[in-house]
Design a protein around this ligand. Structure first.
Ligand SMILES: Cc1cc2nc3c(=O)[nH]c(=O)nc-3n(C[C@H](O)[C@H](O)[C@H](O)COP(=O)(O)O)c2cc1C
Length: 227
């Protein structure tokens, strides 16, 4: 029998408390906690239960070697994601993107400062100081729906981590450095890099973590059909 008695407020609390963390403390997450996150993330649903995700997780020296190489790669190698990035954002998508970026820059006190904003963006490649990164890959041959499954996996990972007090930030930015990522983790040709998730304990005193993003009203998302 399925246990359906989990209090709905538990998920609501996780959804409202999770945020993308962009400043981490250096303290490592204990291995048993990482295993618990990964074990929970395995419960993610997928088409035909194919579970097309694979994940490479770093700690200690591996994170530092990856971080150092990434900083070099992003300076010297042009962007080459395995899965095509959006060519641009239009209309409401552009507005939401801009609003979120402005919130971050305002929180950091760098709104309108293009150089400081660019430097902040570069912190993606320092993993925002996180002690761990998880690289999520999808099976290339299974196509778009497998990428959807892997996206669901990413969200379960984020919420599982949040439930254990571990902060996260999903990062497509690192997918732009797919050649370096593929090489570092020896990812085979039949897999595509989807995104990274940097994780660790949050620096809650840092202004990058001091704002929360908004969401559109239901009215702009849902079409009710009753008859
Ligand atoms: C697939 C995906 C890729 C993302 N890539 C980045 C990224 O490269 N860098 C970054 O700082 N945030 C990234 N984010 C975080 C989003 O900006 C963030 O989820 C969004 O603004 C909503 O804010 P919240 O996570 O704090 O609720 C990504 C999120 C997702 C789901």
């Amino acid at each position: 029998m399925t246990d359906t008695t989990v209090a709905p407020s538990t998920l609501a609390a996780l959804l409202s408390s999770r945020f993308s963390c962009r400043a981490f403390l250096p303290d490592p997450v204990p291995e048993d906690v990482i295993v618990e996150i990964l074990t929970m993330a395995q419960r993610t649903p997928s088409w035909c239960n194919t579970q097309p995700w694979q994940v490479a997780v770093t700690d200690g020296d591996a994170t530092e070697r990856f971080r150092a190489g990434l900083a070099e790669a992003v300076r010297t190698v042009s962007q080459a994601p395995d899965i095509e990035f959006p060519s641009g954002y239009h209309g409401v998508y552009r507005d939401r993107r801009k609003e979120t970026a402005l919130q971050l820059y305002a929180s950091l006190g760098i709104a309108g400062d293009r150089q400081a904003s660019a430097e902040q963006t570069m912190k993606n490649f320092d993993l925002f100081g996180a002690p761990h990164v998880a690289i999520v890959t999808t099976d290339a041959a299974l196509g778009t729906y497998a990428a959807v499954d892997c996206g669901l996996y990413v969200n379960t990972f984020l919420l599982a981590a949040q439930s254990l007090g571990v902060a996260t930030v999903p990062q497509a930015a690192l997918a732009g450095c797919a050649p370096y990522v593929r090489d570092f983790f020896e990812i085979p040709d039949d897999r595509n890099v989807l995104c990274a998730i940097s994780f660790g304990y949050p620096d809650l005193t840092h202004p990058a973590n001091a704002f929360r993003t908004a969401r559109a009203d239901l009215d702009s998302v849902v079409t009710w059909v009753s008859h």
